[in-house]
Structure formats: structure tokens, C-alpha cells
Design a protein around this ligand. Structure first.
Ligand SMILES: [Zn+2]
Length: 159
């Protein structure tokens, strides 16, 4: 399977012009079994178990197979992975899935989200950019741990 074909095709059908941002525009709309084998966006053939992705911004649809669906719905795994990474080193980057998660939960605003998606792809970000990124990382860990400790309190109250 060609990872390049998949990402290029998805970016072409998205509003965003890069893969990290483009993949976040897509949600799983439905799944079905195809009567006739189809071809995945990555060129893999045949696929029978079809996942239909829908673009949240332009309504476009794309059909892909199991070969590629993990790139879109591996979400919780990806976020846990990112948390572990920035816990070890605050200078590291969250991945785009975690950034979208933080944005969806109102932890960061649109400007911070766009900033982060831009900076995480830069090979040599400026010191100031790294500082802002670290602040967002710290905030992410803080918000995530607040949620965790309030859950613990709920459990205590029930007991
Ligand atoms: Zn595929």
C-alpha cells in the first residue's frame, strides 16, 4: 500500500494543504461490506470492508479500507502516546490529534491550534516559538490531570 497516495489524495480533497491538518477534517461516516471489491485511496486492492469518511468542512466523502482506517481513528492511542512523550520532555511536540482534542475541549483557541500545527512541522523553530509550544504542552498536561483528579474525587464520593 502507498502511504503517499493516501495522504496526497486526502489533502487534495481537504481544505487544509497539509496532511497533519487535513486528516482532522475527516470523520468516520459509515462502514459497509462491498458486493464488488473496491480499491482503497492508497491503491490497495481488493477491499471489501469499506469505511466511508466524510469531510466536516466540505462534505466530500472518501472510501478507504482497513489498511488505512487506523490513520484516522487511532485517536485515543495517539493521544496517550503524545501525553507520554511530552511528560518525558516538554520540548517535544504533541501530535495533531492531541491538538485537535485540546481545541475541541476548549483548552486552546483557534490561534493557538494553528500556531501549534505550524510550529510542530518546522525543523528549526525559534526559541520564542518553542516557549509558546512548551506553555501549550504544560497546559495540556494540566488540563488532562485536572480531569483525572476530579474523576478520582467522584469515585471517592461514591465510596
Ligand atoms: Zn488503504
Amino acid at each position: 500500500m502507498s502511504e503517499y497516495k493516501l495522504t496526497a489524495e486526502i489533502v487534495r480533497r481537504s481544505q487544509s494543504d497539509n496532511w497533519d491538518a487535513a486528516k482532522l477534517e475527516w470523520v468516520l461516516a459509515e462502514i459497509y461490506f462491498a458486493e464488488e471489491p473496491k480499491t482503497c485511496l492508497c491503491d490497495h486492492f481488493p477491499i471489501i470492508e469499506i469505511c466511508v469518511l466524510r469531510n466536516k468542512l466540505n462534505g466530500d466523502e472518501a472510501e478507504i479500507g482497513n489498511c488505512c482506517i487506523k490513520k484516522f481513528v487511532g485517536l485515543p492511542f495517539k493521544i496517550f502516546q503524545a501525553i507520554k512523550q511530552i511528560k518525558r520532555d516538554l520540548k517535544r511536540s504533541l501530535n495533531s490529534e492531541s491538538i485537535q482534542y485540546a481545541f475541541d475541549h476548549g483548552w486552546i483557541n483557534q490561534r493557538e491550534r494553528d500556531f501549534y500545527l505550524y510550529v510542530m512541522r518546522k525543523r528549526n523553530p525559534s526559541l520564542r516559538q518553542v516557549e509558546v509550544k512548551k506553555r501549550i504542552n504544560k497546559n495540556f498536561l494540566f488540563r488532562y490531570s485536572i480531569r483525572r483528579s476530579s474523576d478520582a474525587e467522584e469515585i471517592c464520593e461514591e465510596a
